[in-house]
Design a protein around this ligand. Structure first.
Ligand SMILES: C[S@@+](CC[C@H](N)C(=O)[O-])C[C@H]1O[C@@H](n2cnc3c(N)ncnc32)[C@H](O)[C@@H]1O
Length: 220
């Protein structure tokens, strides 16, 4: 159990102001979490539509930020399901715990401050896992993916989703232009570790690209 492990013990990929998104803390981090809560519903929906959790499933979100993905996943798995959210940032973990406090009290959700490469959960505990706008900040993505495989049950599936922008129709959102590149990087790592790539998908909002995702099944 390393739920108390602090952010950055294995290094951080965000630098300077980018850390309000990559490891939010303090007043600015709180404001960034509110912005994520208001602006990332489209990516959370894209990730969960592709992940397709079933009623009663156990699901984990890696880098849950303000907890909106956890809240949406709880609706998908129903009252018999369970959703955990982990985030390296204490500010994010507190924010998310407030957002889903009712489900936490009922034992249907848990929010932990933890590093994705060192998850405080037993082997094969989850049916599904997802990460939204978080992969790009992982200090050691190969180790993180091995750790996610460890906590997934046989046949368990992972979705990695990134905000994306069409080249001819960019958005102002930080990092959106590189969403496609990051999913390519995730896909290459997944393949190298023996995950089965099940699907890759882009979701558009009108003429603008909203999200790009990869769905993969845990190595046997
Ligand atoms: C841009 S936010 C996205 C939050 C949320 N998934 C969303 O889309 O609204 C990225 C989050 O991932 C978390 N994060 C980044 N690297 C992480 C790591 N290695 N382990 C755990 N959490 C991490 C950050 O602390 C931050 O809260």
């Amino acid at each position: 159990m390393r739920a108390s492990m602090t952010a950055g013990e294995s290094g951080e990929r965000c630098k300077g102001l980018a850390c309000i998104w990559g490891n939010p803390s303090g007043f600015l981090g709180g404001a960034a979490l509110t912005a994520m809560a208001l602006k990332n519903a489209g990516q959370n929906k894209a990730a969960l539509d592709l992940l397709a959790p079933r009623a009663g499933d156990s699901v984990i979100e890696l880098g849950c930020g303000p907890g909106m993905g956890v809240r949406t996943a709880l609706k998908r798995v129903g009252r018999e399901g369970f959703v955990a959210g982990v985030d390296q940032s204490a500010t994010a973990a507190h924010y998310a715990a407030h957002v889903v406090h009712g489900a936490c009290l009922e034992g249907r959700a848990a929010i932990m401050r933890a590093e994705v490469a060192d998850l405080p959960f037993r082997d094969s505990m989850f049916d599904r896992a997802f990460a939204v706008n978080s992969f790009q900040f992982w200090a050691d993505p190969a180790r993180a993916l091995r750790e996610i495989a460890r906590v997934l049950a046989p046949g368990g599936r992972l979705v990695v989703t990134q905000r994306a922008a069409s080249l001819d129709n960019p958005t102002n959102f930080a990092g959106a232009a590189r969403g496609m590149e990051r999913i390519s990087q995730a896909t290459a790592l997944l393949k190298a570790q023996g995950w089965r790539i099940v699907d890759e998908r882009c979701v558009a909002d009108g003429s603008r690209l909203l999200a790009v995702s990869v769905l993969a099944e845990r190595p046997v």
